[in-house]
Design a protein around this ligand. Sequence first.
Ligand SMILES: [Zn+2]
Length: 86
Amino acid sequence: MAETKAQQECTYCHFHGSAFTEKSLFMKKYGPEEPVKAIGASITKDLDGQLRIDMWVSTSKMGYQNGFQISYCPICGRKLVVDDEN
Ligand SMILES: [Zn+2]
């Protein structure tokens, strides 16, 4: 399927950089009285060039981050992986 103009120009899935380069999707900081200090998510380039979504949360006592590989760009919907089955 041909890519749309928006997909060809999407800066969230077309970005240059080495592994672990990331493009922030959002970040929100909270005031010092809040138990959660900040949350955020980004699209990150993996070691093998695959894109994944990383999400993180930070509190005064701990931080947590987790990520998963994605098959489609969450912003423009472009297919990111090539099927090599069949
Ligand atoms: Zn995209």
